[in-house]
Every structure is written in structure tokens, then in C-alpha cells.
Design a protein. Structure first.
Length: 426
């Protein structure tokens, strides 16, 4: 027998960009346990700070029923477990379910009869019931849909977005039985002011999530390919997009590096599953190839421009402004700015990185990159505006040009400034 919602205690497994906002919202209403294996993260949150900047100190304090722990045994008090661990890809672009499987193994040690496990991590259709649930069954000795139940409600967190936040983004829900589906839907309705959409099955909810970002990935891939074509024709891509954008149904996508925890990753989950059932997804993989190649394309364009300006390529010094995967947030997950860094290294070009949003320690740990703390004038042969942080826009193009040597190139990947103010645009 499942406990009634009002008598439930929740446990959020993983307190990153997805899990913490969830724990905070539920912690305002119901007894909630925030669990993470990272002791530093738990101590940070107990101290009222969130380095991801997704929640404020005031919001953390408002979650009066939320407590934090690194101890698995503390989760025995819960009857509803929500898993929000990352689902990355490996170096071969294959789904890496290791964090998800380890979380399922941990839950198998503490789950009880009548409990519910809800997964929020992005996966391919079938992963919850075919990959995760059997792990819980094996370790707990309990029978799925007899002794315990499952739900799936894909996360839709948009890091750095202060307008579209957890409560204001419509939530897809699902459950392993009709009764559980109703429970999960009612649970999320308590915190989601934008409402919920109850999917007909867990697989439908999983598929819906993975195609959201696949669709966006393909749209950006199309614009990236158009940018390559227009560059060869000597046409300004942004000018073309502005003109086309005057039609009411033209979608306002822009070219660029496609990284982050979702758009650059999720399509590979879908293509992996498609290939496992004997279908080769040509369109999706073509879009991925285009987007994965943009870092190399950017550097090739820069090098050509340097040669035209008679700037010595080998031994040149380039400043990359921005390291995060998107503007105005500290999120470094799967940032494709590192592709530019690697490609510059191939040309024996020295690259410095400046990003006021990132943690130096995290950049060093994740990518062996040490961002600058201060900028020097007159030092660089080229400056690449890789991320549209508000600080860069506020600096102004003249201040950015002062960072360059007498002859230099400003490459504006994000259309921060008018075309005539810069030397190269994507």
C-alpha cells in the first residue's frame, strides 16, 4: 500500500542544477531529504549557499522542511524517491548510465514495500523500466508494481534562466500503474504552477523529453550549416536571419556552439536506442555531426582571417571570452568552447580564457583550463567572443579591441555587437 501524499516524505537523489530547485520547492510543503554523495556540496547547502546560482540563500531558508545528508541510511525515512543524477555520454558518444545505475543500486538498499521511485534524468525510451528498475529489484528483493512502483517526470530546468524556473515550466508526469500515475501527477501539481501533463506511459514521457532537445539540436544544426554556406558566399548570416525572421512562422534560431547538459547530449541517447533496434537515424546524426564540428570550423575561419591580415599563426596568442556552455550562468557541463581550445592548440596557438562566471577550481578540474582573473590590454592577436555574457556586452567593443595588438581580429560568435564593429561573425 502506498502512503497518502500528505503523509509522504520525499528524498531527492542528487542536488545539482535539477535536484536542488526540486528539493527546495518540495521542502516548502513536505518533509524532504536532499541527498548527495558530494560532502562539499552538502556543507555548502547547509551553509545557505548554492554555487550553481539556481537558488538564492532566501529560497534555501524558505524550505523549512528540507534537510541535507550524505548518509544513505537517512533515506529509509522516505517513501517517495526522486532521482535527478546526470546522464552523460562517454568519449565514444554512447550513453553513460553509470550514475543512474549507481543511484538505483543505492535505492535498492533502502526501498520498502509501498515506496515509489520517480526518475527525472534524461534517458532513452525504456531505460527506466528496462535498465533501472531491474537493478532495484535485484538488490531489494522486491517485485516491481507489486511491492514498489515507479514514475518518470523529465526535468526541464534551463540553467541561468530567471524567468522560466521550475514552478513556471509545465511538467510531464507518468507512472507505472494508473494509480501511481495519478499520485505522481498530483505530487508535482503541488509545486508546478504552470500545470502538468500526464503522459500515457513512462516510455511516452521518456520519449517526449529526449525529442525536445533533439528537435532544438536539429534546428541549430540547420542554422549552423546555413552559416557555413553564407560565409562562403560573403553574406552576413545574422542579416539573413533578421530578414527571414520578419515572417510570422520563421523560427528564431542562431548559429553557434551546441553544448550543455541536454542539447548536445540527449540526441545520442535517442540514436543509441534507435540503432539498438536496427534503425540508423540519418537526420539526427547528421545534425550532431554538424554541431560537433563547429569548434573546428570557427578556428579554421579565424586562421584564414589571420593569414589574410598577415598575422603569424604559429605562436599567436588568442583570448577566448567565455567558457560556460551558455550566457549568464556558471554551468560548464559539456561546454563546446573547449573544442576551440583544442583546435587552437593544433595550430600551436596559445589561448587564454576569461570568464567572470566560472569557478577557476571547477574549470581546472573539469577541463584543465585556468581562466584569467584579469585582462591585459594590447596582448592578443585575436579575441573570440564565445559566450554572450552580459559583462562582455557592457564592456563595449572599444574596450574589447583594446585587448588586441595593433593588428588583431575580433571574432564575434554570438552577435554581441554590430557586424561593422567586428572582423568576423559566425
Amino acid at each position: 500500500m502506498m502512503k497518502p501524499l500528505e503523509q509522504s516524505t520525499l528524498a531527492i537523489i542528487g542536488l545539482g542544477y535539477v535536484g536542488l530547485p526540486l528539493a527546495v520547492e518540495f521542502g516548502k510543503l513536505l518533509p524532504t531529504i536532499g541527498f548527495d554523495i558530494n560532502k562539499t556540496r552538502i556543507e555548502e547547502l547547509k551553509g545557505g549557499n548554492d554555487h550553481t546560482l539556481e537558488t538564492t540563500s532566501e529560497e534555501l531558508q524558505a524550505a523549512k522542511q528540507l534537510r541535507y545528508t550524505t548518509q544513505l541510511e537517512d533515506l529509509r525515512d522516505a517513501n517517495v524517491f526522486i532521482v535527478t543524477v546526470p546522464t552523460p555520454i562517454d568519449e565514444h558518444k554512447r550513453p553513460d548510465l553509470t550514475p543512474l545505475i549507481k543511484a538505483s543500486e543505492s535505492l535498492g538498499k533502502v526501498i520498502k514495500k509501498g515506496d515509489i521511485v520517480i526518475y527525472e534524468s534524461t534517458v532513452y525510451p525504456g531505460a527506466t523500466e528496462e535498465d533501472c528498475i531491474p537493478v532495484i529489484e535485484r538488490i531489494s528483493g522486491l517485485i516491481f508494481n507489486v511491492d514498489f512502483f515507479a514514475g518518470y517526470s523529465p526535468e526541464r530546468i534551463n540553467p541561468g534562466d530567471k524567468e522560466h524556473r521550475l514552478p513556471t515550466i509545465k511538467k510531464v508526469t507518468s507512472g507505472s500503474t494508473p494509480e501511481v500515475a495519478n499520485f505522481v501527477d498530483t505530487l508535482y501539481q503541488r509545486i508546478i504552477t504552470a500545470g502538468t501533463h500526464k503522459a500515457s506511459s513512462i516510455k511516452v514521457a521518456e520519449a517526449a523529453k529526449v525529442i525536445e532537445n533533439t528537435q532544438r539540436d536539429l534546428n541549430i544544426a540547420l542554422i549552423n550549416e546555413l552559416a557555413v554556406i553564407f560565409n562562403r558566399m560573403g553574406i552576413d548570416t545574422e542579416a539573413v536571419l533578421q530578414a527571414a525572421g520578419t515572417k510570422w512562422n520563421f523560427l528564431p534560431f542562431r548559429p553557434g556552439l551546441v553544448g550543455g547538459h541536454c542539447i548536445g547530449v540527449d540526441p545520442y541517447y535517442l540514436t543509441h536506442k534507435a540503432q539498438s533496434i536496427g534503425y540508423h537515424p540519418e537526420v539526427i546524426l547528421a545534425g550532431r555531426r554538424i554541431n560537433d564540428g563547429m569548434g573546428a570550423y570557427v578556428v579554421s575561419q579565424l586562421v584564414k582571417a589571420m593569414v589574410r591580415r598577415r598575422i603569424q599563426v604559429e605562436g599567436a596568442r588568442v583570448l577566448i571570452m567565455g567558457l560556460t556552455f551558455k550566457e549568464n550562468c556558471p554551468d560548464l557541463r559539456n561546454t563546446r568552447v573547449v573544442d576551440i581550445l583544442k583546435e587552437l592548440h593544433e595550430y600551436n596557438i596559445t589561448a587564454d580564457v576569461y570568464d567572470p562566471w566560472v569557478s577557476v577550481e571547477e574549470a581546472q578540474l573539469e577541463y584543465n583550463v585556468t581562466p584569467l582573473l584579469h585582462l591585459e590590454k594590447g596582448k592578443y592577436d585575436a579575441v573570440i567572443l564565445a559566450v554572450a555574457h552580459q559583462e562582455f556586452r557592457q564592456m563595449g567593443i572599444e574596450a574589447i579591441r583594446e585587448l588586441g595588438q595593433t593588428t588583431h581580429i575580433i571574432y564575434d560568435l554570438k552577435y554581441l555587437f554590430p557586424a561593422e564593429a567586428t572582423d568576423l561573425r559566425l
